[in-house]
Design a protein around this ligand. Structure first.
Ligand SMILES: [Fe+2]
Ligand SMILES: [Fe+2]
Length: 264
């Protein structure tokens, strides 16, 4: 066992899954955030934000392979795949029923000619997208069953602030984006584990069920970053780790899934 409090819900076998994440992140989620997040009146904002985070996780993976890796027909297929989700999230077109089963894609997504990035970037990202879109659907199901309406919600400072620090020359822009992807996934995983014991059973179980795929996503992003970089990425990882920890440990008036220490 680690010193972290994950008791109350069994995550047997998952401590080995969490250990690399605890080592990767430079700080734990502060208790003040957990205290705020466990209050029932904050559940709607937490779930709405979580819902959109799942879509954004899928979108950023999709944008990455559209920009760096896929052929033109695949780029179109990716946009078409996302259309019903984006229509729902941003235009309130459709419903949970029209999104059912849409997390799968039937078209083959292939690398463009002379792409320096391998099919493995595409394969990992397409799998990740499928999982994030499925998570989106699962969060929406939970919201529906609890009568929590979907309202669009502004994004927190977290991802935006991380992306402000990316370098502007390739391939290091891509490497930085992948490192940031690893941090977002790792923090999400850490927060799911930390929050789960404080939630009702259904939500606690759901959050624990998300751990496994988010832990793999973190690992995939990190592995891809190192495979694409010509240099050792250790220092760059530390650099983003410091920025990430600062965002988690500094006061933040906008309570969200990835926010800092609540100030009210
Ligand atoms: Fe997810
Ligand atoms: Fe993920």
């Amino acid at each position: 066992m680690t010193g972290r409090k994950t008791a109350g819900l069994s995550i047997k076998g998952d401590t080995s899954l969490l250990e690399p994440i605890y080592q990767f992140l430079q700080c734990d989620t502060p208790n003040q955030w957990v205290e705020k997040a466990r209050q029932p009146e904050n559940l709607p904002v937490l779930l709405r934000d979580h819902l959109l985070c799942e879509l954004k996780a899928a979108q950023s993976a999709m944008f990455l392979i559209r920009k760096y890796a896929v052929d033109p027909a695949s780029a179109d297929a990716l946009l078409a795949w996302f259309q019903p989700y984006e229509d729902f999230a941003y235009k309130k077109i459709g419903s949970i029923h029209s999104l059912k089963g849409k997390s799968q894609i039937t078209k083959q997504i292939t690398a463009r000619e002379k792409s320096p990035y391998s099919q493995s970037l595409i394969d990992k990202m397409v799998l990740l997208i499928k999982e994030e879109l499925h998570h989106f659907y699962q969060v929406l199901e939970i919201m529906e069953s609890r009568g929590i309406s979907y309202d669009s919600i502004s994004a927190s400072r977290y991802a935006r602030s991380l992306f402000q620090h990316i370098t502007n020359h390739e391939p290091y822009t891509l490497v930085d984006k992948l490192i940031i992807g690893a941090y977002i996934e790792a923090r999400s995983c850490e927060r799911f584990a930390k929050l789960a014991p404080h939630l009702d059973e259904e939500l606690g179980k759901f959050y624990i069920s998300l751990l496994r795929s988010e832990a793999r996503h973190y690992q995939d992003y990190l592995t891809l970053a190192q495979s694409i970089s010509k240099n050792d990425i250790t220092e760059r990882v530390k650099y983003f780790g410091q920025i990430e920890a600062e965002l988690i440990q500094s006061p933040d008036s906008d309570f969200k899934f990835h926010s800092g220490i609540p100030v009210n």
